[in-house]
Design a protein around this ligand. Sequence first.
Ligand SMILES: *Cc1c(COP(=O)(O)O)cnc(C)c1O
Length: 440
Amino acid sequence: MTDSRSKLPSVNVLLEAAEAGGLMDRIPRAVVTASIREVLSTARDSRSDEPADGWLHEVENHARDWRRTSLQKVINATGVILHTNLGRAPVSGPAKQAVLASLEYSTLELNIETGRRGSRQSHLKRLLRNITGAEDALVTVNAASALLLAINTVASDHETVISRGELVEIGGSFRLPDIISKSTSQLVEIGTTNRTHAKDYTGAITERTRCLLKVHRSNFVQKGFVADVEIADLTDLAPANVVVIHDVGSGLLLDLAEFGLTGEPMVQTSVQAGATTIFSGDKLLGGPQAGIIVGATDVLEKIAANPMARAVRPDKSTIAALEATLSAYLDRTTALKEIPVLAMLTADTEEISVRAQRLAESIPGATTLPGFSSVGGGSFPESPLPTTLVAISPESCEKMMTRLRAHSPPIIARVLDDRVVFDVRTMTESEIGVVATACS
Ligand SMILES: *Cc1c(COP(=O)(O)O)cnc(C)c1O
């Protein structure tokens, strides 16, 4: 028996052939080299001979594969609404349209009435003022940068006071002590892990204090013998030259108590209390990745004038998607229907059950069972959402999950008690159809 491996050309021989064939004139050398190695390795593993179209043709095909983008749309069948790995909030239809339009020439920094230079922030200021009740607003690339910028502006070389119960790590290495130190402010810890009182703040305020920082715990809750100071009490006790910054995290702009969703701070509450309020654009707000700062004009003007503001300014597609998303908030009913995050959060459990039933009927051997979706993104950590799951029992859950991820578009499901489960809460009607076809 002859060994087919001996028939394989060497990498160098193919490299020379590629060079002579002009491949390097079009394709980066590194890609050609990697493609040659891949083609040879595949041929070695499958003990195959020279392909019918020749080695070079095969190498070129491989090189073409490199042009497929790795960032692609997926179907989120996990039931986790704000799934960090899947890009947090999916944006609304109008927001997607606005992004497309913004990628052409646009009025990004043009005042269309005067024909003079305008501000990119102007597209968002009026909406944010009207929705949150704040005097002024500024948008950055994410909440982490907004916090860094705000603390650096008001408390650089001075002191920032924060409760030990709020010195949190949010995820993705967002740690409060590091943010405060990188904003060149001195951290002053007060109170204890579980209890901090108003007198702890007043006792810590000196002539070097410029900021009282309150941070929402987001992804965990404290229960039992606990105490902290309400934002309104904090702004009450703060001296005139001390800015109260409240990082509320999720950017909840609508009261969702009627849906049983409580415990997440509302932006408007902090604004009303007089705090400089910071939140994310792509969590409960349901828009693109962004950091939003709202508050009093004198503080916001100082923040906007900080040279660091230029380094964290949002790009045009962020502004476009955020403007379209915020516009929906001008009407509560529109917001709850049009913004996917809010629609999924407040979806009717009866309707979910009907949709799940329909999916189960189209997959052989599938059953439905009661379960829970979750909000994710560190929001409403104590509010599991009742849902109806669709379950299948493949021989190997791991193999099934791999097969689903290999689907186009990839389907991301969950494994629960040795079954693969799909949660229709985070899927559109057409996506449910795709999953049905993929599984039958
Ligand atoms: C999520 C979160 C952040 C970070 O927001 P990004 O927009 O991801 O930078 C900061 N603070 C709190 C309280 C959060 O929940």
